[in-house]
Ligand binder design. Structure first.
Ligand SMILES: [Zn+2]
Ligand SMILES: [Zn+2]
Length: 400
């Protein structure tokens, strides 16, 4: 068996054996995700861990057809679509800062024993500001409406996501992202108004599939559905992502997200209070001006590790639909992009070129996940997006 393993964020976090999920248990207890890597490179980095879906865990939704080669095919699109929109304000959930420099981490040095309880619960309890106003109820005409937020998580499940996330860890990108997303969403467990924060998840390769085919689900319901067990949700996501593995049709994925947001703004989702809701609005002072703008708490987060490559081998990334065809009432392009890879790769340039700039900070709504130390940022990004707040790395920093 390998020698020891160490935490990427804190060298004093040493493990005799690899943890089950190749994450640091000490950091997890502090509410942060951090990978562990072998101190000596004894584990082949491209050997899939036993918990990877591709090695024996079939996807949960086997009844869903795969339709190979049918580009643009969408499965599981929510059928529940029904009737208009209006207002509030919010603030962001607590997040850890996103650091721009990608140098090696600085390690604390103090002694720490290994042999800890790997099943220790995930204890993170972010301070959710009281000012989160998602959930206010008001009466319009004779109908009582809830103010809700919507997050659309668009997750790349292409074959390249099966590659090792970072050298020294057996975790694939897919596995790491699944865990990171699960923890990010579960961080909202203690957000007071999480019954009114809705999320929907779209997975894509050169096809597109809805993970929740009944339409957007509230964070509260999601957590309940997975028995408040973040590991269960992470495994579910891994299985969903692991069941695809073809090309990378970013165009189709963005179109599907656009479809979701359009329908949300038109109150067509019966899964959200039977369509009796309004988007929570956030008033933002636009960068460099004295103008304020009211933007609904709707966010679309797409991450990818590649470039556009659909079933027809088309490599042209089309204009961002949120920009090209603005949705009434949205007042801003709500697409946030994250790239899993190095900043000098063409895929990074391609994705960052289609996202808009944050209305508050004038910084691109783009995140680069290029080193293991960014895993915490990715978790925070999923948390921010799931809470339907923030746009850019600076938003993530200031929401801390
Ligand atoms: Zn650690
Ligand atoms: Zn910003």
């Amino acid at each position: 068996m390998p020698a020891k393993w160490k935490c990427i964020n804190n060298e004093a976090h040493i493990f005799e054996r690899a943890t089950n999920d190749f994450l640091c248990t000490y950091c997890k207890q502090l509410g942060e995700l951090s990978m562990i890597i072998a101190i000596e490179p004894v584990v082949p980095v491209n050997k899939p861990s036993s918990e990877h879906p591709e090695s024996g865990h079939p996807g949960l939704n086997q009844n869903r057809s795969e339709h190979p080669g049918s580009e643009g095919f969408v499965s599981g699109r929510p059928a529940s679509c029904e009737s208009n929109a209006i207002n509030g304000e919010t603030s962001s959930p607590k997040s850890t800062p996103y650091n721009y420099d990608s140098g090696t981490p600085e390690f604390d040095t103090y002694d720490q024993k290994s042999g800890i309880d790997e099943s220790a619960p995930y204890n993170y309890k972010p301070d959710m500001p009281e000012s989160i106003r998602i959930g206010h109820e008001y009466t319009m005409g004779r109908v009582s409406r809830k103010e809700v937020g919507l997050s659309v998580l668009v997750m790349d499940a292409s074959s390249s996501m099966l590659e090792p996330a970072f050298a020294g860890s057996p975790l694939s990108r897919l596995s790491l992202v699944a865990k990171t997303a699960a923890y990010g969403v579960f961080d909202l467990q203690h957000m007071q108004n999480n019954p009114n924060a809705f999320v929907t998840i779209i997975v894509f390769d050169d096809r597109v599939r809805h993970v929740f085919p009944d339409g957007p689900i509230s964070i509260a319901s999601l957590i309940k559905r997975f028995d408040a067990d973040v590991h269960k949700f992470a495994l579910f996501l891994e299985e969903e992502l692991g069941s695809m593995k073809q090309g990378t049709d970013i165009n189709a994925a963005l179109n599907e997200a656009y479809w979701v947001v359009s329908n949300f703004m038109e109150n067509k989702f019966s899964s959200i209070y039977d369509g009796q809701y309004s988007p929570v609005q956030q008033t933002i002072l636009k960068f460099g001006t004295i103008d304020s703008v009211s933007i609904p708490n709707v966010r679309v987060l797409i991450y990818t590790d590649g470039m556009q490559y659909d079933a027809r081998e088309n490599r042209t990334l089309l204009p961002n639909p949120f920009n090209a065809h603005p949705i009434l009432g949205l007042n801003h392009d709500v697409l946030i992009g994250a790239y899993f890879g190095q900043g000098n790769e063409d895929g990074a340039a391609q994705l960052s070129s289609v996202v808009s700039k944050c209305p508050v900070h004038d910084v691109r709504q783009f995140f680069l996940i290029d080193s293991p130390t960014r895993i915490n940022s990715l978790q925070s990004l999923f948390r921010m997006a799931s809470g339907a707040s923030g746009f850019c790395p600076k938003c993530l920093e200031s929401s801390n």
